[in-house]
Design a protein around this ligand. Structure first.
Ligand code: HEM
Length: 519
């Protein structure tokens, strides 16, 4: 067995080998690029081997924003053997995503495929091609279409009512509540029930276990992707994240396989009134004439990606919106007045009220502007091209810093202020620009991305966020311990949630339980 000095010796040897090869590869690449006279976007001064690693903090979008302020809205960063071009203003984002859309329609791969049991079945990071096109069309016309989202309105209602009851419980016990956790549970339940008719309640084990696997995979993913920085050495999985991701994926897979078999038995035995996403996917799996043959692995991979893309983002959007409302009592009161005028105090607000609640829509847009739940959006360059006079090379990764763009002082007055009024009719800025439907046509505010690759979950997200915010404001007052303000600090996760738990006390304004039977 090797003793500790052996391990130290081999470790050192390994480090020297790694450092020298990376350094020489870097020098060779520089020379090769130099001979072709490539004009990369500007870069901050870098250190040998680690490149710009020392300039990056724990919240990538914020570090990129700081660097953009110093070196410009189009920069190129390198960390060890991996590079990324970072875009930090709306005009340049439009140049990539609209004027050259087809060249930036694929996404880069992160992490070694060896540890991903779903490698080859991915949708979110799939190459632009027949499989992605088929799945995207399926999302837009069936799985996440407005019609399908509307079909599940009662499920959202039931989950919202459960949330209200839980909050009444907290208020009766006069206990502080972690609002972020409750909002996360509600979001997970809505998505799990739409996806495969499971819930994440402690009593119902399946839903909760699914949620825990997805949460752990979500938390591990950025660490796993770090292997990337070490080039081919990343495959060795020195920190063991790859093996952990693989083990979690296998557990997720077994659980979803079990739910899938239950769905198949149900589909064979009866005519289900309402099909969830798994039912729809299984029908396509069994359809011999389907345009694309969907395997069981494709279905499981797709459902996992939906959970990853959908649950954290929606609950993060909800948590930030509530935090802003608690910190801005005037906005909170104005929103409650609007709900009172449109809905009254004799029934609970419903989803069909939302089109008339313009201030509510403005509050949610402003919150998405200030707190992008997906702060960095990644694409991959298809072929060498020039953007803004700089060469962007094939396969180069592009990070759109949505966080920085939506706070850019050259596009927004008082960009760091929470001012929903900017999205109301008669605001100083052009109505058309601000009232657009967050569809990615206005590159000053595109929290759901843009174009073919834009988020297919936007309608579902807005349905959940609007109704939850409206119900909470209609029914409760929220206070923070000692009357303090909530610290609006971003955490370091993929979806940039609040760094600290949103702990608050709730007091009923209207008693939701009394209004429930009237609604
Ligand atoms: C507030 C909530 C959400 C935000 C802010 C958000 C944001 C985004 C963004 C920025 C992208 C990348 C778009 C691009 O590259 O142009 C994206 C992609 C995606 N989102 Fe969402 N998302 C949210 C909720 C959801 C939900 C609820 C689902 C599904 C249940 C979902 C599913 C997806 C999928 C599947 C993709 C990949 C689409 C593709 O590559 O074609 N998202 N989302």
């Amino acid at each position: 067995m090797a003793n500790s000095s052996d391990i130290l010796f081999y470790g050192l040897l390994f480090f020297i080998w790694f450092a020298t090869t990376t350094f020489f590869r870097y020098v060779l690449k520089q020379r090769k690029n130099g001979s072709k006279q490539i004009r990369h976007p500007p870069s901050p001064p870098s250190l040998p081997i680690i490149g710009h690693l020392h300039l990056l903090g724990s919240v990538a979008s914020k570090s990129y924003q700081t660097l953009a302020n110093q070196y410009g809205p189009l920069i190129r960063l390198r960390v060890v053997s991996s590079s990324v071009v970072v875009v930090s203003n709306a005009a340049i984002a439009k140049e990539f995503l609209k004027n050259n859309e087809m060249n930036f329609v694929s996404r880069p791969q992160f992490g070694a495929a060896d540890f991903n049991i779903y490698a080859g079945s991915e949708f979110v990071n799939a190459e632009y091609g027949p499989y992605w096109r088929f799945m995207k069309k399926l999302c837009m016309t069936e799985l996440l279409s407005v019609t399908q989202v509307n079909r599940f309105v009662d499920i959202r209602r039931q989950e919202m009512m459960k949330l209200l009851k839980i909050l009444v419980g907290f208020s009766e016990e006069r206990k502080a509540c972690d609002l972020g956790v409750e909002l996360m549970t509600t979001t997970n339940n809505v998505i799990s029930r739409m996806a495969m008719s499971t819930r994440c309640t402690p009593g119902l084990d399946e839903g909760r276990r699914l949620w825990e696997f997805v949460k752990e995979i979500f938390e591990l993913s950025p660490k796993f992707a770090l292997g990337e920085l070490f080039g081919p050495i990343g495959k060795l999985d020195l920190f063991g994240y790859g093996k952990r991701v693989k083990a979690l994926l296998s557990k997720f897979d077994s659980l979803v396989e079990k739910i899938m078999v239950e769905h198949e038995n149900e589909l064979n035995s009866s005519n289900k009134e309402r099909k969830d996403m798994m039912d729809i996917l299984l029908e396509i799996h069994g359809d011999k004439k389907a345009e694309v043959k969907l395997s069981r692995t494709d279905i499981k991979s797709f459902l996992m990606e939906l959970f990853m893309a959908g649950t954290e983002t929606v609950s993060v959007a909800l948590t930030w919106t509530l935090a802003e409302l608690i910190n801005h009592p005037k906005v909170f009161r104005q929103l409650r007045d609007e709900i009172n005028t449109v809905v009254g105090s004799k029934r609970l607000v419903q989803e069909f009220d939302v089109p008339k609640l313009l201030y509510l829509q403005a509050v949610v847009k402003e919150s998405l502007r200030l707190h992008a739940p997906a702060p960095l959006m990644f694409r991959r360059c298809g072929e060498d091209c020039k953007i803004n006079g700089y060469d962007i090379l094939a396969n180069e990764r592009i990070a759109f810093n949505v966080f920085a763009i939506m706070r850019d002082p050259s596009s927004w007055d008082n960009p760091l202020e929470f001012q929903p009024e900017r999205f109301m009719v008669g605001s100083k800025v052009a109505y058309d620009d601000y009232q657009m439907d967050l569809k990615g046509q206005n590159f000053n505010v595109f929290p759901f991305g843009s174009g073919r690759r834009g988020c297919p979950g936007a309608s579902l997200s807005l349905a959940v966020v609007h109704s939850a915010v409206a119900l909470l404001v209609q029914c409760f007052d929220f206070t923070v311990h000692g009357g303090e303000k909530i610290k609006m600090e971003e955490g370091s996760g993929l979806s940039a949630g609040l760094a600290h738990p949103l702990m608050c006390y709730v007091t009923p304004h209207l008693n939701p339980l009394e209004l429930l039977h009237l609604s």
